[in-house]
Design a protein around this ligand. Structure first.
Ligand code: G3P
Ligand code: MG
Length: 249
């Protein structure tokens, strides 16, 4: 018997809050993760990168200019600078004083909030050592609560391979903005059986081939559920969205 899952939309376990519930709270902050939990979301996506001193922090950009009240490059900052950074006021006065989280503090919060995490490893030019990046992320993730599930995603296949070498139990997802030619072979080299694809690049033909090959596909970053509606029955597995409430009705 064939059971069609997700034929009308994603299950609750397949809705991921992009940078937390970033439509209603400042992205990649504990406040955004809490907002996702308050919406009934089970998973958040967060971005991780290193500061100059090797501290793993939760931030999308290579600088703190866009998402804080300060200015500076991650390559020039250390853990000691974090106390002076307000990562909330840029979004709304309501979030004034919201910290820029370390990965360590985020992991603690996820455990408290009962959330699981899609940890996106950012590869930036100032990351001169892939081993330092992945070993730091791995060391922090080992501190997670027993009930906290994690998956690792990255646009950088080498980062995924390095995480796999550190722990073969990691669930890995290859991030692509567009579907590259020969994608099955590229995916097989990771090793991963999950693709996180820009929703604008979805097609029925791709989903059919993915399903035939047993590959999971999640779409990012879609805040308009009707655009994904035709794809659930075709095998789309999940969605990464700034506004999980749109999918959790
Ligand atoms: O995980 C999907 C999405 O986060 C990838 O793009 O640039 O928002 O990190 P970006
Ligand atoms: Mg991301």
């Amino acid at each position: 018997m064939t059971i069609l899952q997700n034929s009308t939309g994603p299950t609750r376990d397949e809705v991921q809050a992009h940078r937390g519930a970033s439509a209603v709270a400042p992205e990649n902050t504990i406040a955004a993760f809490k907002a996702a939990a308050d919406q009934g979301c089970k998973w958040i996506e967060l971005d991780v990168a290193l500061l100059k001193d090797g501290t793993a922090v939760v931030i999308h950009d290579v600088s703190i200019d866009r998402c804080s009240s300060s200015r500076g490059q991650l390559a020039d900052l250390t853990a000691a600078d974090l106390a002076g950074i307000d990562a909330g006021s840029w979004f709304s006065k309501t979030f004034s004083g919201e910290p820029l989280p370390t990965l360590e503090s985020a992991i603690v919060s996820l455990g408290e909030l009962g959330l699981n995490a899609n940890v996106e490893i950012k590869q930036h030019a100032h990351h001169t050592s892939l081993a330092q990046l992945t070993e730091t992320v791995h060391d922090q993730l080992r501190k997670r609560a027993a009930h906290t599930q994690v998956m690792i995603s990255s646009f950088d296949g080498e980062a995924l391979k390095a995480m796999h070498e550190l722990d073969q139990g990691y669930d890995l997802a290859m991030l692509w903005s567009e579907l590259p030619g020969g994608w099955p072979d590229r995916l097989a080299s990771i090793p991963s059986s999950t693709i996180h694809l820009n929703y604008k690049a979805l097609s029925f033909g791709f989903l059919e081939e993915a399903r035939r090959r047993g590959v999971k596909v999640r779409a990012w970053t879609c805040n308009t559920p009707r655009l994904l509606a035709p794809f659930w029955e075709a095998g789309l597995t999940g969605v990464i969205t700034d506004d999980p409430s749109l999918y959790l009705t």
